[in-house]
Design a protein around this ligand. Structure first.
Ligand code: GLU
Length: 314
């Protein structure tokens, strides 16, 4: 297929089987890229040694293929790209945009929830930003455990999401290299999306709050930024994000319950506003897809007998 349209990507973390919510996001990313006559790249976000399960990537690719989701070229593995992330970290350091942070997780949590803390969940209050550089260097040289944070100086970033509309947030001093030396999600994502030539990111709305940080990083590193379409989430009956405990949520579980891959694709396509006949082939779904028709509401997963429903939450 000629790459005249968007360059999209789907970037799962190979930490377990994809569930209906993940598969819905993957289908949305595929439909958006293919309907623009563009390409879709597959990237395995396999940087987290604590969570990655080596067998997961193959299982995820098998499930994507079973739904008719294909991608261009070989998958890209973040685990093979450390040199690029290190280069970006060096560049940020040269620009004076990083500092070491020695705070423990508990200290960050306590400071962030203090009455005059930054409020936003997970936002770093900047404790180590105020350390004298010589003091930071000394503690690093002494081998004190630390992560690396950006120095964002309270910048604000806004963007217009194709589904959520205008989003604006203060960029906190987020982590770019974890305590264990692993490049952090935001850094790896920005470096890779730029190098892969991604022009449109379609991903779950749970990641929308990371986008201002990623835009700040792209600006600071002088990298091009893609446009964004954050798709709504599938939630379990208890209102929390879909997970294994909610029942038959993976393709294998659903198959065991009598719902084949084509049924699941029909269900997901319909939930993305695609009107097509039952069992419509992937090309027909692409033809019927309209990104503006993707419903904005989150969906509730319900399994009643052997039927699975995704009901918009009003
Ligand atoms: N690997 C991330 C996840 O599975 C998604 C990364 C992204 O789309 O930016 O949650």
């Amino acid at each position: 297929m000629p790459a005249t349209g968007h360059v999209g990507r789907y970037a799962p973390s190979p930490t377990g089987d994809l569930h209906l919510g993940n598969l819905r996001t993957a289908l949305a990313a595929w439909l958006a890229a293919r309907s623009s006559l563009g390409s879709l790249l597959l990237r395995m976000d396999d940087l987290d040694p604590d969570r990655v399960r080596p067998e997961s990537a193959a299982a995820q690719m098998k499930d994507l293929r079973a739904l008719g989701i294909d991608w261009d070229g070989a998958p890209i593995w973040q685990g093979t790209r450390f040199a690029r992330y290190d280069a970006a970290l060096r560049r940020l350091a040269e620009l004076g945009r990083t500092y070491p942070c020695f705070c423990s997780r508990a200290e960050v949590r306590a400071a962030a929830s203090a009455p005059h803390g930054p409020g936003e969940e997970g936002a770093y209050p900047g404790t180590c930003a105020r350390l004298a550089p010589a003091e930071g260097d000394r503690r690093v040289a002494a081998g004190e455990p630390h992560c690396i944070r950006v120095r964002a100086n309270g910048a604000t970033r806004s963007f217009v999401d194709q589904s959520l509309g205008s989003v604006s947030a203060i960029v906190d001093d987020f982590v770019v290299r974890r305590r264990d030396g692993v490049p952090a999600y935001n850094l790896a994502t920005v470096v890779d999306d730029a190098e892969m030539g991604v022009t449109e990111v379609v991903r779950g709305a749970d990641l929308a709050s990371t986008t201002p940080r990623q835009l700040w990083l792209a600006d600071t590193l002088d990298l091009p930024a893609p446009s964004f379409l954050h798709v709504s989430l599938v939630l379990g009956a208890d209102g929390s994000r879909l997970a294994k405990r909610h029942g038959a949520v993976t393709l294998a579980d659903l198959a065991a319950a009598g719902l084949g891959a084509v049924d699941v694709r029909d269900l997901l396509a319909r939930s993305l506003g695609v009107e097509a006949a039952d069992g419509a082939p992937p090309a027909a779904l692409v033809a019927a897809f309209d990104r503006a028709a993707i419903p904005h509401a989150d969906l509730r997963y319900e399994a009643i007998g052997d039927t699975v429903r995704l009901t918009p939450i009003s």
